[in-house]
Design a protein around this ligand. Structure first.
Ligand code: NAP
Length: 278
């Protein structure tokens, strides 16, 4: 049994679960990512600031999986939001991977105080037109940021990757994404492990469905309609994280998990309205 792909607003597709790659670097990182592709993962989530785009490209080549079956994501850092700098940064990302194109590129953070994200978005549109990127999207964009880039360019992102886990499930953000036809990807989908795996709601559902806490949380993402990108350096845990197609949470289960969210549930106190990364 497999989970259905997401079809993006530009007609391309993404798998239901991707692999987060933060911290997977160097040869060991490349080997872990190649192993993940061998296990069936088809989406690798990288970023310029993870300093692992080279390892991602190496993993794609090592895996033996046909290139067109794989989706590689990277992200534009805040220090390159000016249009000319953004275009070169995108070219450098593609060159570092050693691939001919990237499947998805995101503006990593809007950095609203810096105020250049519309320019960065224009660069992304041009890079897609030039064939460097197949799909373009954003990350950590609040509803107002989305509205502004759509108003200025007429082009909606295909993806918005935001912090999303049971302690911070972002209903308003998900609605705003949906209103633009944007797929919401979930970063820290497992809440980084943290206390979530010991939460009574999660452990009791794990017992009920004879699944692990991580599987309960990831199944919740699937039924919520978000695209989780859990990171794991362990083959066993990576397999566990994709083995979620053959059970279903009922409405009461979903309500219980939805009830865990808190207004201050962000794990890193990084509110995109004020937090900036470069
Ligand atoms: P996460 O995926 O929520 O959690 C990863 C942690 O959980 C790791 O310590 C991992 O340890 C552990 N883990 C994974 N599967 C497990 C399982 N089945 N059972 C028990 N523990 C498990 O957190 P994350 O890595 O911070 O987020 C995921 C990805 O989102 C990142 O890798 C990155 O690609 C992306 N991200 C994006 C942004 C952004 O601003 N756009 C920000 C943060 C992250 P092991 O490796 O030892 O298994």
């Amino acid at each position: 049994m497999t989970l259905p792909d997401h079809t993006l607003n530009d007609g391309t597709t993404l798998p239901a679960v991707g692999l987060g790659t933060y911290g997977l670097r160097g040869i060991e990182g490349a080997e872990a990512m190649a192993a993940a592709l061998g296990e069936g993962y088809r989406l690798l989530d990288s970023a310029v600031n993870y300093e692992n785009e080279g390892a991602v490209g190496k993993a794609v080549r090592m895996s033996g999986v046909p290139r067109e079956e794989i989706r590689v994501t990277s992200k534009l850092p805040g220090r390159h939001h000016k249009k000319a700098a953004a275009l070169i940064a995108i070219e450098e990302s593609v060159l570092r991977t050693g691939l001919d194109y990237l499947d998805l590129y995101l503006i990593h953070w809007p950095n609203p105080n810096q105020g250049l994200f519309v320019e960065a978005w224009e660069a992304m549109i041009e890079a897609r037109e030039r064939g460097l990127l197949r799909s373009i999207g954003v990350s950590n964009f609040l509803p107002a940021h989305l509205d502004l880039i759509v108003e200025k360019t007429g082009v909606a992102p295909s993806v918005n990757q935001v912090e999303l886990h049971p302690y911070f499930n972002q209903p308003e953000q998900r609605e705003a994404d949906k209103s633009h036809g944007i797929v919401t990807q979930a970063w820290c989908p497992l809440g980084k492990g943290s206390d979530l795996f010991d939460d009574d709601v999660i452990t009791s559902l794990a017992e009920k469905h004879n699944r692990t806490p991580a599987q309960i949380v990831l199944r919740w993402h699937i039924q919520l309609g978000t695209l989780p990108i859990p990171k794991s350096s362990s083959s066993a845990r990576r397999k566990e994280n994709r083995d979620i197609a053959d059970f279903t949470l009922d409405d009461a289960d979903m309500d219980k998990i939805n009830g865990l969210t808190k207004p201050d549930g962000r794990l890193f106190d990084a509110d995109p309205a004020t937090h900036e990364e470069f």
